[in-house]
Design a protein around this ligand. Sequence first.
Ligand SMILES: C[S@@+](CC[C@H](N)C(=O)[O-])C[C@H]1O[C@@H](n2cnc3c(N)ncnc32)[C@H](O)[C@@H]1O
Length: 244
Amino acid sequence: MVNILIHQFQPDGAVVDASALEQFQRQWATYQKLVDSDELSHAAVGALLRDTLNRSFDRPFAFLDIACGDASQMRALSGTKVRHYHGVDLSEPALELAANNLKDMPFEVELDHGDFVEAVTRRPEPADVAWCSLSIHHFATDEKLRLMRALHASTGSLLMIYEPTRQDGETREGYLQRFRRVNQPRWTMLTPEEWAQIDHHVTTCDLPETQAAWLDLGRQAGFSKARELFQDPTGFYRMFRYDR
Ligand SMILES: C[S@@+](CC[C@H](N)C(=O)[O-])C[C@H]1O[C@@H](n2cnc3c(N)ncnc32)[C@H](O)[C@@H]1O
């Protein structure tokens, strides 16, 4: 069933700012190189997401994907009982890619152009499952908690996230040093300019938590169970599951 709705901030279709579009395309192309070479373990995480959903749901369910980006990983949902997929992202070009990536999926697709904090806070009908990959870590710890509380209130069954994670006892500065030491020699698919762009982004925007803190945030938000499901081979990214 193909039924894609993109809800816009500006339904009159304001002209996209050319420099913002160019910036998106440059940054997205760099991120895409990492995804295409599976440096962020999207393939393993997608497969684990599908298996977890299949073990948890033998009935149709609604799935909320905050910061869905181009939703390329969500092709993994095709083998599940998802009946309704709701993706939210701030970037309109990313949502256009998402619409194309999901156009042949056997479930209803709704895409919202907007801020996911706002979308989660005002969501009138709870989703059964909420998912966030590689986006919550931009928030300060108290903002993460506020968002996870809102996700608890709007999620019927479970929340899963995949996010950068500091090692036990590691400071943010220690994390950044490890990030550069491990990834700069690994990510040979990036040009020096692209590496500099990623390094700048991680240094200025990323606020990873430790495993204990990610689990504790879920419990403080009201989830009854919190556990780690996966750690990527490089040790930077982990997947967590929170049950109501
Ligand atoms: C690193 S990408 C992750 C995309 C996808 N979830 C994945 O794992 O490949 C981060 C995405 O978060 C979106 N984003 C960041 N902050 C947001 C916000 N406050 N509301 C909605 N989307 C946001 C960006 O536009 C971008 O598409």
